[in-house]
Design a protein around this ligand. Structure first.
Ligand SMILES: Cc1cc2nc3c(=O)[nH]c(=O)nc-3n(C[C@H](O)[C@H](O)[C@H](O)COP(=O)(O)OP(=O)(O)OC[C@H]3O[C@@H](n4cnc5c(N)ncnc54)[C@H](O)[C@@H]3O)c2cc1C
Length: 340
């Protein structure tokens, strides 16, 4: 019996989450991940991996809430299992602080994280530059551990992996029935999507095991996130900046800004500096289209899942589940012969 061939382009947190969801839900399909970068070389590998999101402007709040909730619940189950250390997922408590009171004091995700509350006056005294804050428990997912863990789970579900560059999605159309595009920032070229742009981020890994609570400035540019092996301190959000090199001025600025929030960081030891380019887009693109092959006649179903900006980890499982729904729609519309 001929199996339906699904190809997922991309092996970052979006591609691998999607591949696992597809392979486990559709055992009659063969799922192959095709990518030219795998862990530890993807953008996802260096992400701070905190589960926190800002609202996207044109996506119904119910849909974004579901993306975040599905991702949170999936990672919470891992954090509370014996898989937690292997998968690099942990619960983390701390606060988000603001220099001005935000329009939404209680954000739409407040009921999805755990124990959300506003900071008290007494707690805020610690941050003299800030006048408002929120305390909650969320998750941290460290992709340098999580991606190999996902890849193992994918292979266990019968998935296959190919290392190669795809120059044109139509290359894949001849040998597969459905293409799933999880190419992140490079979707700009691969899907011809002019809305995709880089948002450069620089972070440092610091050894400071005494720091156990996260602190994040509400502007999203300054944060201290303790993790399993080190503390991630950041950061920068430089739109349109394609530089992959570490900028010493950025590192200096990060350490100064974070030091104002957590003076004991000065005693920490910098272990590494890292730069990644977030796949910026006004909204993530999770939708389907039909890819016209050379010559016009033949069309291959194509499902996109990219453009998650600074929230790829936080939305990975939720958008993977939506992608599964879209792939199922494509399968139902395929001629019976192709499905068998
Ligand atoms: C400094 C920094 C901090 C961050 N912190 C957080 C955070 O705390 N929380 C959070 O949720 N997110 C965070 N992010 C954002 C997160 O890293 C991204 O949203 C996420 O990594 C995007 O994942 P992705 O799988 O789409 O892309 P990537 O990880 O870039 O993966 C893309 C994949 O596609 C493959 N690919 C692309 N084009 C081709 C092609 N033509 N041929 C073959 N293969 C191809 C690549 O090889 C790669 O495997 C942060 C990002 C940065 C830079």
């Amino acid at each position: 019996m001929k199996r339906v061939e699904l190809v997922v382009v991309g092996a970052g947190v979006i591609g691998l989450s999607t591949a696992v969801v597809l392979a486990e839900a559709l055992p009659l399909c063969r799922v192959t991940v095709v990518a030219d970068q795998f862990s530890p070389d993807t953008t996802s590998d260096g992400a701070a991996g905190i589960l926190l999101i800002a609202q996207f402007p044109d996506i119904p709040v119910e849909r974004q809430t579901r993306w975040f909730k599905d991702s949170f619940d999936h990672l919470l189950a891992i954090a509370q299992s014996d898989q937690a250390p292997d998968a690099g997922v942990m619960l983390t408590s701390g606060c988000q602080i603001f220099r001005e009171v935000p329009a939404q004091k209680v954000p739409f995700w407040s009921e999805l994280v755990l124990g959300f509350r506003l900071l008290t006056e007494r707690e805020l005294k610690r941050f003299p530059q800030h006048c408002f804050g929120q305390a909650f428990t969320t998750l941290k997912c460290e992709c340098e551990w999580y991606l190999p863990w996902l890849e193992k789970r994918f292979r266990k579900a019968g998935g296959e992996v190919q290392h190669r560059t795809v120059n044109d999605l139509r290359e894949l159309g001849g040998s597969c029935d459905i293409i799933v595009n999880c190419s992140g920032l490079r979707a700009k070229a691969l899907a011809g999507d002019e809305q995709v742009y880089p948002v450069r981020g620089q972070v440092l890994k610091v050894r400071a095991p005494w720091i156990s609570h996260f602190i994040r400035d509400g502007d999203g540019k300054t944060y201290i996130y303790p993790g399993v092996h080190s503390v991630t301190v950041g950061g920068t959000r430089q739109e349109g900046d394609r530089r992959h090199e570490v900028d010493p001025t950025d590192s200096e600025s990060i350490l100064r800004r974070c030091g104002l929030l957590e003076p004991s960081l000065a005693k920490g030891k910098v272990l590494a500096e890292w730069v990644g380019l977030r796949p910026g887009r006004r909204n993530p693109r999770v939708e389907r289209e039909a890819l016209a092959m050379e010559g016009g006649g033949h069309r291959v179903p194509l499902v996109h899942n990219y453009g998650h900006g600074g929230a790829g980890v936080a939305l990975s499982w939720g958008t993977a589940l939506d992608t599964l729904g879209l792939v199922k729609q494509c399968l139902h519309e395929m001629p019976l012969q192709a499905r068998l």
